[in-house]
Write a protein that binds this ligand. Sequence first.
Ligand SMILES: *Cc1c(COP(=O)(O)O)cnc(C)c1O
Length: 377
Amino acid sequence: MNIATTAAQIGLERETRTGAVTVPIYQTATFRHPGLGQSTGYDYSRSGNPTRQALEEGMARLEGGSRGFAYASGMAAITSLMFLFERGDHLVVTEDLYGGSYRLFEKLFQQFGLSFSYVDTSDVELVRQAIRPNTRALFVESLTNPLLKVADVAALAALCKEKGMLCIVDNTFLTPYLVRCLDLGADITVYSGSKYLSGHNDTVCGLVAVKDAALAEKVYFHQNGAGAVLGPQDSWLTIRGIKTLTIRMERQQENALALALWLKEHPGVGRVYYPGLPEHPGHDLMQRQCTGFGAMIAFEVARPELVERLLMKTRLISFAESLGGVESLITFPKVQTHADIEPETLQRLGINDLLLRLSVGIEDKDDLIADLAQAFA
Ligand SMILES: *Cc1c(COP(=O)(O)O)cnc(C)c1O
């Protein structure tokens, strides 16, 4: 089935008692046992809740994985995946990583004896060179934040297989609609479902899909053991969001291309990073690997004082963190999303005093362009 169908029908099949078309919100902590030593399949909502399960099974179908898992946030999902590793293990990680993931690795998991090397994962050779005898996994963002570097997931997954490492892909910026990383050989995909999957800037959630059933069993053990599960209300909101993922993404991409082309011509703008532009270094790879280019744009303004002007004077586009929702947002990565990364690294990567990031929503593209134009003026 086409992913648009799978997405639209998520959560549809579960309720048999009343035939409710949408999955009910099972707002319950616990479940009555039918007899001694018997279970309905549900015992306690941390271990399993029907609303969450509808989302988790839907995620597994969207990704082509054996199981899906839903967590209280994207960071909770990534935290839970770190329990796959033990003291002394080393991971190779994307260098222009989501700031929260960097903070989690450096400030929280280092103290438990994990170590991390940060490399440009758009270059498979650099990843190969960073692998050590104790490297257990690659943690890669398929499309990076904010500079939109593209990872060759198939090549990286093959390298991981060759080295006996797990390949974990943070596919938040692309979603299974634009690329199915498990099909390309990755072992695990992880998402901040707070972004495109729930899609309305109204829910914080994390999602994971696992290819192999034995690995999925371990991930389940950690999900239940650590307990950072997604509640039934937020599971329901995420299901509701995923139903429209494909049409939202189509519209957002169309808008993003229009905005990127407009920005490129504007005298107040320097570099424009959008992989849908043919001159973007990841354009050809993305054309091969993905079904679209996503809806995130980064761009440099011509002068530092334009940063504050754009953040303050845009009326439709809100100055806010996060991304992927129906409403367009603008942010200043150096200060807002990447403040935890070392200043030298930021400078080297190009996350500087001129760089702004746009998450393009589903509004009318001419209205968005007019909003940017009046802010520049
Ligand atoms: C937002 C984000 C996260 C963290 O997810 P939360 O839901 O905010 O905890 C992780 N990775 C990427 C790429 C993100 O954009």
